[in-house]
Design a binder for this molecule. Structure first.
Ligand SMILES: NC(=O)C1=CN([C@@H]2O[C@H](COP(=O)(O)OP(=O)(O)OC[C@H]3O[C@@H](n4cnc5c(N)ncnc54)[C@H](O)[C@@H]3O)[C@@H](O)[C@H]2O)C=CC1
Ligand SMILES: O=C(O)[C@@H]1CCC=N1
Length: 266
């Protein structure tokens, strides 16, 4: 019999992870219980063969409890899982620290945090993990193995870095999606049909990200390879890089996300 996993909250992030675990064969559907108050989302999860329930009332035991609910409801949600004494707890909530979970659980529990991102839905997420002192090596390996079904896994030893992680990779896909929107809109303004502009913008970001990851070259080197002296790219980069305009804007955006992550944990 495999380890019993309870997934609390099966919205965007919870469902993305659930699909990864099941499709990679990391967990058998019968070993997973989903707790989700929303009936439609319960039905969506149940279609994968997992056990579903509207609240924590019926749960007897679990090896791992995964919280994928909004940070704003953590304080209301966690106490119902106190009685699962042998469980390790894993939270994907932005901001909320391990100390808060220990306080809500009322004991020195084994608590892990993970900052995922939505590309996890197609196995291409960035999953950054922190474990407190009470999590043993075997459990850590099990959880990291589960998360690997959703993408690349990295670990951090200093929980304070989680706010920066959230600002870069947790929220990061939204920045990239907005860049695609902007590039497509600019292409349209430059005369391309809307669908063509969208395809060009999307495939360009996709291809550039794959090249950056797979070539082993520094992003700066790859940028220089596109930039012919006196050519079109140099003209565009003069706008983006002049007075470090884009660098400054991205820096401000990441700082704002990091600040908000800290606030959500207060
Ligand atoms: N969406 C994203 O890109 C990312 C989200 N996160 C974190 O993931 C967490 C969930 O975010 P989303 O999935 O986007 O939100 P969501 O709103 O899609 O999902 C949250 C789910 O929790 C359910 N829920 C509410 N009360 C509950 C309860 N008492 N018991 C069980 N389930 C309950 C809701 O019905 C909802 O389906 C948040 O803490 C967020 O910070 C982290 C990284 C990326
Ligand atoms: O926007 C948020 O608060 C969540 C955390 C990282 C991505 N989405």
């Amino acid at each position: 019999m495999g380890r019993k996993v309870v997934l609390v909250g099966c919205g965007n992030m919870g469902y993305a992870m659930l699909k990864g675990w099941l499709s990679a064969g990391k967990l058998a559907a019968g070993d997973v219980t989903v707790v989700e108050p929303n009936e439609g989302l319960r039905a969506r999860a149940a279609a994968h063969g997992v056990v579903v329930t509207a609240d924590a009332g019926e749960l007897a035991a679990a090896d791992l409890v995964v919280f994928a609910v909004k940070p704003q409801v953590i304080r209301d949600v966690v106490p119902a899982y106190r009685r699962l004494e042998d469980a390790t707890y894993l939270s994907v909530a932005a901001g909320t620290g391990v100390a808060t979970f220990e306080e809500l659980l009322g004991r020195e529990a084994a608590v892990m945090r993970c900052m995922p991102n939505t590309p996890a839905a197609i196995g291409k997420g960035m999953m950054v993990v922190f474990a407190n002192r009470n999590v043993g090596a075997e459990t850590k390996a099990f959880v990291e193995g589960l998360l690997a079904a959703s993408g690349a896994v990295a670990t951090i030893d200093d929980e304070a870095l989680m706010d920066a992680v959230t600002a870069v990779s947790g929220s990061g896909p939204a920045y990239v999606f907005h860049f695609i929107e902007c590039l497509a809109a600019a292409g349209e303004k430059a005369g391309l049909p809307a669908e063509t502009a969208k395809l060009l913008a999307m495939q360009t970001v996709y291809g550039a990200a794959c090249l950056a990851k797979e070539s082993g070259e520094e992003p700066g080197t790859l940028r220089e390879q596109v930039t012919s002296p006196g050519g079109t790219t140099a003209a565009a980069l003069g706008v983006l890089m002049g007075e470090e305009r884009l660098a400054e804007l991205v820096g401000e955006a990441v700082e704002a996300a990091k600040r908000r992550s800290v606030e959500l944990g207060e």
